[in-house]
Each structure stands twice: as structure tokens, then as C-alpha cells.
Design a protein around this ligand. Structure first.
Ligand code: HT7
Ligand code: ZN
Length: 881
């Protein structure tokens, strides 16, 4: 495997200016003809030391069979071009040379789902990052932006009535032998990774959107015929996203047609191909019976995300793949803002996003896959579509917004588009636009792009009552040799009254240590630091944590995010003390005070906020707070604290549950995903989880099982049904019968729906049962299980690896099972195998010697596989370092 190094970037000497493609889709194979108009790269100076003189085309020879090649209408013989693994070099090209070729591919055999492949009966493509080279030979890199002048698709009409590609439909018609064709033209030059093709027998939901400058855009959403009605929410989400981007950034859609296609077999969530977005069905289909509120939110967020890429990614793209965060970090930030501003409360959305950063990105950054948001090297680019590039990348963009203010940020965005529309650029170009538009020096801020790891900000304070002076000292430590520019949002709360006396200010922490003064205070204060999670850092006190301050903020903070966060930190203290068998009475008392106040405080108007503030931190979040992770111990301690709280507040929880049930029933049958309805369901389900955690005796088990069963059976939508199911699958003793009945019923109700079956598998793989490994083995032997469907694979294997207490069973059986699965999966879909490994085995160093040894054995076994893929071998090699 070849390692690509960021600083080795060189522009190509020869590029493609225009391209024509013809796809003839046969049963069992596809023929692809291409015509490339070649030009000299204006971005390559004559003295650039290009590696090659000729036209360099990438191609995956294991997937693409070259049938013929010509230059300027003269067939080239084998000695007139250089074909080596991964590359085809055509020499003696000039400005305007015409290179033509014909290749054959077999989409039916393409189980990696990169390039052109089949999902069910339909053809679809996935070209990012380097899939186009699995379709034909081409300069498959993002800095080659060509006009795709004509893309002709020909296929059997009865089986593939819908033929789609990027841009506008130029022509369509019938051919002989029951075939038909369509010709597409995309006026916007684009890199090959944004090319897409779809052919299938699909149903369509159509709508229109009028842009603010009066362009009428046809919106066409395609799926299997039976699922068309489930596209409505995605269509409405798209219209909201189009409007939001116009209102917020002045960005309009630039073609008359926008297509979206739902595909079952897909490696990731969705893909922003120009005017032809392709979506995993899990991110586009939604209906109350099959989708949870979280599913609806995901549809809205990802529809927004892919649409926003039209400007941040497509119109302005990346020069090379090291710049991936340029488009992904920025677009995630944009989709987060969109979701927070449309429908949902901004604080709730912020909590949800920070949970992902802390739960996944911090963990990634603490392990062997740690990398800066702009990585320095890669072997398989697909391994770098990471939480760091996406989520930490979005936090970095958010910091520009925090530092410059929303007006300054908008000015920076405007300048970025003015300078770079139609170009392939770098993260430095983005930073320069932000700096120049605001006339500020952001050179220190640039360190965020090259620094891996999670920085720590330490705080201490003093108060001089006589002077009314409060001094807050912040210091930073990170892997950067020089200090980072960290915006720290701070507010001050009066200790006596609980009122906010200093509202949010942004402190610019630019040195290793800085003291900030707050004067004219009437009394001592409690600081609320890092409000709204203003920087992706760990915040720690210089001395022992003050639990009563946490309880104070959890009850009084006016910043919704920090109020929630303080409660989380307090719960964490309690759980860790229980785990370490330390004296915990005073902490538990504070937890009870906080929980009781949160449950009943009438000033909390949003039930989602209340629900999140009542929930204990997840096991993976708790793992971030310990040196050596012992998952069963974390699991047990969390469970003990949960049950303790549930017993203390059993009556209040039950009455809250009943009150919400009455409100929900009063609303009647109509299903809504507005903030109020979602909040009610969320809070009611949190109450249910607490109530059902009281299961120490057989009698309590049957009581809990009866409550969960009632919830399950009376559920009118998937949110409630799945919440109850997730509880029922772990029932033991007096709850076993209810558990088995629910498993049977959920399966029957699914009636073969793949997204519901995924939930059925995932929930069982996440169960807290002593024989879980045997159960998971049975799940992978189930007739509905398939390694060839990434969603199904994730629902069992990834869910099991996230079932930390059992996956990390001291016997090592969980690791052995995973090792066997990965060996099989790597032969089918190496990209999913690599992702699963990155998310599970490679963090072994943090799990203590005994577990580490056993996890490592599995990595060694994978390393020794005779035909391990590049994708997996990169992760395994990093994991073993
Ligand atoms: N830009 C898209 C990335 C993507 C992808 C990457 C590698 C392999 C398969 C893939 N499918 C989609 C998705 C996005 O961030 O919008
Ligand atoms: Zn994206």
C-alpha cells in the first residue's frame, strides 16, 4: 500500500476539460465509452516538477477492463501507452488532444459499493472519494474539474425505465430490442467524484421550489415504488433547506432540476453528486410507523447537508483530499445551524451535536487514528471520512463564527465564494477569506488545522469582595508547540441569588495562560465557562471539582447548554465514585437535589431540554473520564445510580409519565415531529427508562415488563415502540416472557421493511443479557442477515461493538466473534470492515492489560490475512503501532 503525503501535492500537467460518457448497461456487464478533451493545466507552472510528462489517468485494473484506447482517432497499441497497476499514462498529448477509450466493468460483482454497482435491482454509483477510477480510466482527483458535456445511458426499458445522471436532461428516446436511452448535460464543471448515474424501476414524488430570484426548480425524489409516500418529509426538508440557505447565506440553487434517489445498499449516509443526490434509504425515507423522531431529524439534517454541499463542496471544491474538512467541516456546521434554527431548539441541537463530538471524536482523537482535521497522510482516503474531519472540523468552523460574529462570518463566506467559485481550493484559502473579509489576522487560528488531539483548558478563579473583582485564570495545553487561539464563552452567575450578573462574553485565550478580570461585582459569583461548548476542548478545574457549583449551575445557569452540561458532570462524579467504591453520599445528595429540581422546575419550558438534563451520561461518554476503561464496571455503576434515582423519584416519574401520556392522547392521532411533540415523547421515554430500571426482584421485573409492554403495544409511532422494545430486549427473570413476545411481535410487524428490520437486529445486539454473544451469533445466522448490506451489517456488528459491557466481556469472546466477522466482511466490503475496526478494536491501549492483549490478538490475526484489503490494513497497522 502506498502512503499519500499532503505536502507532496503537485498539479497535473494535463487535465480533462470536457468529457463525454456512454454507458451501455447489459445483463451481467456494462460497457463504458469515454471521450476526453485534454488541455494544459493552467494551474501547473512550467517549472512545476511534475512527475509525469504525459496524461495521467487513474484506474482500478481489478475492476476495469480496458478494451480499446485511441488518441486523435488513432488506435493506440499496447506499446504506445503505459498501463501499470492503478495508472494509465498516455504520452505526447497536446492542448485539444482527444483521447477515447472503451472499458468493461461488472457492476453486479461490485460489492464494495464504490464505482458503479447494483443495489437490489437498480444501478447506482458512488464516486467519492476514488470510485470513478472503478468506472473508467480518468484523472480521478478533485482538482480536475471538467464539463460533463454528454452522458448517454442505454438500458432495457422494462427493467430500467428511469435513467439519471447529473445536470439537465438533453434527450431521451427508444432504441431497438426494448432498450431506451437518456442523454444528460451538466453545465457546471466538476471533479469526477461528483459524477453519478442511476438506472432503475423507481417511483417518484415530485414537487417544485421557486428560488428567491424566480427560478422554478423541479424537485424529484425517487425510491422503490412501495416507498414513495415515505419521501414526503425529505421533500419538505429540502424546501426548508433551500429557503434557509437563501436567507442565511444568500445562496440559491443553480439548476432547474434537483434529483434525489433512495438506495438500500450504501456505504455511508448520502452523497452530494451535482443535482443527483444519492441517499441511503435510512437517511431519506420517513413515516411514523417505521421511523423514530431521531430518524426524522436525521433525514432533515442530511437532506440539508447534501443540499448545502452544492455551494460548499460542489461550486467550490477541494484541491486535494487532505482538504476534505474544507467542505465537510463547513457543511456539517451549516447543517447543524439549519437544524437548530428550523423546527428545533438551538440548545437541544447543540446538546445532541456535542454528545457526538465528546462521545466519538474525543475518543478517536485519544487513539491511534488521531489526526488533525487536515490530515498529513493516508493510505485509503475512505478511512479519513472521520468524526475528526467532520465533527471537529465543524467545531473549528463554529469558532470562526464565534470569534467573528455572525455578520463577520457571513462576510467571510461571501468573500470565499467571490474569490473561489468554480475552483478547487484549500483550507488556507478559506481562512484567508475569513481573515481578509474581517481585516483580522487569523494566523494563530490556523494551528487548529494542523493540531491533533483534544486540547485541555484549565480554570481557576479568585474573588476580591472589597474591590468587587472576580479574576478568572485560563490556561491551555495541547499537542501544538505554540498556543492555540481558543474562544471561551463565559457568563457569571451571582452565588446568592442565582441570577446572571455578567452575560456571555467571548474571552480570547491566545496564550498559554491568561487572567481575565470582571469588575464592579456586588457579590461572589459562580462562573459558567465554555458556554454553548464554544471550543472543542476538555474543560477542567485547576483544583478539585466543586460539586456544589455544578449543582448550582445545573439548577440556575441561563445558558441551556451549560445547564445541561453541569448536570452531566455532576452525574459523572456520582457514577465514578460509585464505580470506585468511594464515599459518595454528598454527591448523591446533590444528584438527587438536581434531578428533583429538573424534573419539576416550571421555568424549563422545553421537554427535550428537561429530558436531556435528566438522562445520565452514556457509557461511552463516561469512559472519557477514566484512565483505564472497564466497561462492565462502568455499566454496573451507571445502572446502580440510575436505579437509585428511579427509586427515589418513582412517584414523580410515574406522574410525569402519566401527565405526558394524557397530553399525547389529547393531541389525538395526528403525528407531528415539531419540537413540542418530540419533546413530550422524549421526556416520557426517559421516564419509562428510569421506571423500568427498577428490576431487582422477580416482582419488579414483571412490573417493569408490564409497563414496557403496555408502552410497546399502545405506541402509535416508532419512537415509542422502539423505546419500549429497547427496554424489553434486556428483560430477565420475571420479564423474559414479555421480552420474547416483543421480539416476535416486532419482527412480525416489520413485515420485511428493511429499516424496521435493521432496528430489530440493532436493538437485540445492544441488549444487556448474559448470553448476548450467543444471541448475536444467532442474529448473524438469521435469514434476514446479510454481509452485503452495510445497514444490516452495522445494525448487528457495529451495534454489538457499541454494547460496551458485553463486547468487552473479560473472556474475550466478543473480540473473537468480531475478528471472525471482520475477516469475512473484508472480503465483501473492505470499507465497512475498516470502519468497524476503527470504531472498536484499535483503542485497546485504554482497556487495561488483560483486555488489551485479547483485542490485539484479533488485530494480529487480521494483519496476517493473506489478502487483507488496503482499507483494513491501514487501520490494523495504525492499531498495532
Ligand atoms: N461527501 C459524502 C461522502 C461519502 C462517501 C465517502 C466515502 C465512501 C462512500 C461515501 N458516500 C458518501 C457524504 C457527505 O459527507 O455528504
Ligand atoms: Zn458532506
Amino acid at each position: 500500500p502506498v502512503e499519500v503525503i499532503r505536502t507532496d501535492y503537485k498539479p497535473l500537467k494535463w487535465i480533462v476539460k470536457e468529457v463525454e460518457l456512454e454507458f451501455r448497461l447489459f445483463d451481467g456487464y456494462t460497457v463504458v465509452d469515454s471521450t476526453l478533451i485534454i488541455g494544459k493545466n493552467p494551474n501547473a507552472a512550467d517549472d512545476d516538477h511534475n512527475e509525469y510528462e504525459g496524461l495521467v489517468l487513474n484506474g482500478d485494473e481489478t475492476n476495469v477492463k480496458l478494451l480499446s484506447l485511441s488518441k486523435d482517432d488513432v488506435n493506440l497499441t499496447r506499446d504506445e501507452y503505459d498501463l501499470s497497476p492503478g495508472k494509465l499514462i498516455v504520452s505526447n498529448v497536446q492542448e485539444g488532444s482527444v483521447v477515447k477509450m472503451t472499458v468493461e466493468i461488472v457492476p453486479e460483482d461490485n460489492l464494495q459499493l464504490s464505482g458503479l454497482y447494483k443495489s437490489g435491482g437498480m444501478f447506482c454509483s458512488q464516486c467519492e472519494a476514488e470510485g470513478f477510477r472503478r468506472i473508467t480510466y480518468y484523472p480521478d482527483r478533485p482538482d480536475v474539474m471538467a464539463t460533463f458535456k454528454r452522458v448517454r445511458i442505454e438500458a432495457e426499458k422494462a427493467k430500467f425505465p428511469v435513467l439519471l445522471s447529473n445536470g439537465n436532461l438533453l434527450e431521451e428516446g427508444d432504441c431497438e430490442d426494448g432498450k431506451h436511452y437518456a442523454v444528460w448535460h451538466d453545465p457546471y464543471p466538476k471533479p469526477s467524484y461528483l459524477f453519478a448515474l442511476v438506472a432503475g424501476d423507481l417511483g417518484c414524488m415530485s414537487d417544485t421550489y421557486m428560488t428567491k430570484s424566480g427560478r422554478k426548480v423541479d424537485l424529484k425524489f425517487y425510491s422503490e415504488h412501495g416507498n414513495v409516500s415515505k419521501l414526503r418529509y425529505a421533500v419538505e426538508s429540502l424546501k426548508r433547506a433551500m429557503k434557509w440557505d437563501e436567507d442565511t447565506f444568500g445562496l440559491e440553487y443553480d439548476l432547474d432540476l434537483f434529483n434525489v434517489v433512495a438506495v438500500e445498499s450504501f456505504n455511508m449516509g448520502a452523497m452530494e453528486n451535482k443535482s443527483l443526490n444519492v441517499f441511503n434509504i435510512s437517511c431519506v425515507l420517513a413515516c411514523p410507523i417505521t421511523s423514530t423522531d431521531a430518524n426524522y431529524q436525521r433525514v432533515e439534517g442530511i437532506i440539508g447537508h447534501e443540499y448545502f454541499h452544492n455551494w460548499t463542496g460542489n461550486r467550490v471544491t477541494c484541491r486535494d483530499w487532505f482538504q476534505l474538512t474544507l467542505k465537510e467541516g463547513l457543511t456539517v456546521f451549516r447543517d447543524q445551524q439549519f437544524s437548530g434554527q428550523v423546527n428545533n431548539s438551538a440548545a437541544v441541537k447543540r446538546i445532541e451535536d456535542v454528545l457526538v463530538v465528546r462521545g466519538r471524536q474525543f475518543n478517536e482523537d485519544a487513539g491511534p487514528m488521531s489526526h488533525p482535521i487536515r490530515p498529513d497522510s493516508y493510505v485509503a482516503m475512505d478511512n479519513f471520512y472521520t468524526a475528526t474531519v467532520y465533527r471537529k472540523g465543524a467545531e473549528v468552523i463554529r469558532m470562526y463564527d464565534t470569534i467573528l460574529g455572525s455578520k463577520g462570518f457571513r462576510a467571510g463566506m461571501d468573500l470565499y465564494f467571490k474569490r473561489h467559485d468554480g475552483q478547487a481550493v484549500t483550507c488556507d484559502d478559506f481562512l484567508a477569506a475569513m481573515a481578509d473579509a474581517n481585516n483580522v489576522d487569523l494566523s494563530q487560528f490556523a494551528r487548529w488545522y494542523s493540531t491533533s488531539g483534544t486540547p485541555t483548558v484549565t480554570y481557576s478563579s479568585s474573588f476580591d469582595a472589597e474591590k468587587g473583582l472576580y479574576q478568572l485564570t485560563l490556561s491551555q495545553s495541547s499537542r501544538s508547540d505554540e498556543p492555540l487561539f481558543i474562544p471561551v464563552a463565559v457568563g457569571l452567575m451571582d452565588k446568592e441569588s442565582g441570577e446572571e450578573v455578567v452575560s456571555t462574553v467571548i474571552l480570547e485565550l491566545k496564550e498559554a495562560k491568561q487572567t481575565f478580570d470582571f469588575s464592579d461585582l456586588k457579590g461572589n459569583v459562580v462562573p459558567s465557562i465554555l458556554r454553548n461548548f464554544s471550543a472543542p476542548v476538555k474543560l477542567v478545574p485547576a483544583s478539585d471539582i466543586d460539586e456544589s457549583e455544578l449543582a448550582f449551575l445545573a439548577c440556575h445557569d441561563t445558558d441551556g447548554f451549560n445547564r445541561w452540561d453541569s448536570a452531566q458532570r455532576l452525574y459523572t462524579c456520582a457514577i465514578l465514585k460509585v464505580m470506585g467504591q468511594e464515599e459518595s453520599k454528598s454527591t448523591i445528595d446533590l444528584v438527587h437535589q438536581t434531578f428533583g429540581k429538573t424534573l419539576t422546575d416550571e421555568t424549563i419550558s422545553d421537554d427535550s431540554i428537561r429530558a436531556y438534563a435528566l438522562k445520565l451520561p452514556s457509557e461511552s461518554t463516561l469512559a472519557e473520564s477514566v484512565e483505564v476503561i472497564d466497561p462492565p464496571a462502568i455499566h454496573l455503576a451507571r445502572k446502580l445510580v440510575m436505579t437509585m434515582i428511579a427509586r427515589t423519584f418513582q412517584d414523580q416519574l410515574m406522574s410525569c409519565y402519566n401527565k405526558l401520556t394524557a397530553l399525547i392522547e389529547k393531541d389525538g392521532a395526528e403525528f407531528n415531529v415539531d419540537g413540542v411533540s418530540v419533546g413530550r415523547r422524549r421526556l416520557r421515554n426517559v421516564c419509562l427508562a428510569y421506571l423500568c430500571s427498577i428490576v431487582d426482584t422477580a416482582e419488579e421485573q414483571s412490573t417493569a415488563a408490564a409497563l414496557a409492554t403496555r408502552h410497546f403495544e399502545s405506541a402509535t409511532g416508532m419512537t415509542d415502540k422502539l423505546s419500549a422494545f429497547n427496554i424489553l430486549v434486556s428483560m430477565r427473570g420475571g420479564g423474559e416472557e414479555a421480552r420474547d413476545a416483543a421480539i416476535k411481535k416486532f419482527y412480525e410487524d416489520a413485515n420485511g421493511d428493511p429499516l424496521v428490520l435493521d432496528k430489530w437486529f440493532a436493538s437485540q445486539a445492544s441488549a444487556d443479557l448474559p448470553d448476548i454473544i450467543e444471541r448475536v451469533k444467532n442474529l448473524v445466522a438469521h435469514p434476514d442477515y446479510s454481509l452485503e448490506k452495510p445497514n444490516r451489517c452495522r445494525s448487528v456488528i457495529m451495534s454489538f461493538t457499541m454494547n460496551e459491557a458485553h463486547f468487552h466481556d473479560a473472556s474475550g469472546k466478543g473480540y473473537e466473534f468480531l475478528g471472525e466477522m471482520l475477516e469475512k466482511l473484508d472480503k465483501v466490503n473492505p470499507k465497512v470492515a475498516a470502519r468497524t475496526t476503527a470504531g472498536s478494536l484499535i483503542g485497546w491501549k485504554r482497556y487495561g492489560d488483560e483486555r488489551a492483549k485479547k483485542m490485539k490478538i484479533q488485530l494480529e490475526k487480521l494483519k496476517a490475512l493473506p489478502r487483507i484489503s488496503n482499507d483494513l490494513s491501514e487501520i490494523v497497522a495504525k492499531g498495532l503501532k
